[in-house]
Design a protein around this ligand. Structure first.
Ligand SMILES: [Co+2]
Length: 297
């Protein structure tokens, strides 16, 4: 008898189907915002909801960039494009990422990254120590002449929680916890060039936010926005773009700045590879139960 809630399986199935559509749909000339709309529509039409804002990471932009209204950025022929999205069904989160390119110069990087994910899944079938899974990822990347991003990791997920506490590193990292039966987690190797710095740094861009505290600010407008986010999202991340039609101009950004200052909301800066090198990423979410490991996505 599996201990994995059925909603995880449904969530994973939606994630997997939509990832297939994204992989086929992303083409040069496509706007970032179109990719996000596609993900949202396809997830919702299957009965899921977005677990976090869909991230579009082009080249060295590695994580936490969600395009906002008015962003006219498009995919170019020479780009490497990461689409990172997550689905929840009744709060049960599955997380995935796929990298697409039309630039043959990146083919080997993509192949190596996908291979690292396979190697990591094989390792996780028999190895609960996350440090050892990280070691396998790093070793496989090195075999191809690439580096892993040392400060980004996979993670356990939980109900209404995208990062539930345990990390699955992309290199050997001693002193980390082991995975247990009943846990659901995402493994996500990020690979970059052998000549790169191999880590990500924050940028001033902030497009992803989440509620961190349910406390009153005393301002009616801020409190009602925070209450609405709690009702709709709990602590799952959101992006201003979802709410922008209701708050014209700089209104919403101003509200978010104040909620961040009051520590009601947290902002996630866009992360880029420190030396500006391209980064590829593939990700699956999986569960361990009595029957072993099941890839949900
Ligand atoms: Co993830």
């Amino acid at each position: 008898m599996s201990v994995i809630p059925e909603q995880y399986r449904k969530s994973g199935k939606i994630t997997s189907e939509v990832r297939g559509l994204v992989r086929a749909a992303v083409k040069p000339g496509m706007e970032f915002l179109e990719i996000c709309s596609l993900v949202r529509e396809q997830v919702e039409s299957r009965g899921g909801k977005l677990a976090f804002p869909t991230g579009i990471g082009v080249n060295a932009v590695t994580a936490h960039y969600a395009p906002q209204d008015g962003d006219e950025s498009v995919i170019h022929e020479e780009d490497l494009v990461k689409v990172d999205f997550g689905v929840h069904v009744d709060g049960y989160v599955t997380d995935t990422s796929v990298t697409v390119t039309f630039n043959p110069g990146y083919d080997l990087l993509l192949e190596a990254t996908e291979r690292c994910l396979e190697v990591a899944i094989s390792a996780a079938r028999k190895e609960s120590r996350t440090a050892e899974i990280g070691r396998e990822i790093h070793r496989e990347a090195a075999r191809f002449g690439f580096k892993t991003i040392e400060n980004l990791t996979g993670h356990t997920v939980d109900r209404y929680v995208v990062h539930a506490g345990k990390s699955i590193p992309n290199l050997y990292m001693p002193g980390m916890q082991s995975l247990k039966k009943g846990e659901v987690f995402a493994i996500e190797p990020f690979l970059t060039l052998g000549t790169a710095a191999g880590y990500v740094v924050d940028t001033p861009s902030k497009t992803i936010f989440s509620l961190v505290a349910r406390k009153r600010t005393g301002n009616k407008e801020l409190d009602s926005f925070a209450e609405r986010v709690w009702t709709e999202r709990k602590t799952l991340p959101f992006t201003p773009q979802w709410y922008s039609p209701e708050y014209p101009g700089k209104k919403l950004q101003d509200m978010l700045d104040r909620l961040v200052a009051k520590k009601v909301v947290r902002a996630y800066p866009t992360l880029v590879e420190a030396s500006g090198s391209p980064v590829a990423q593939f990700e699956h979410t999986m569960a361990i139960d009595e029957d072993g490991l099941t890839v949900l996505t």
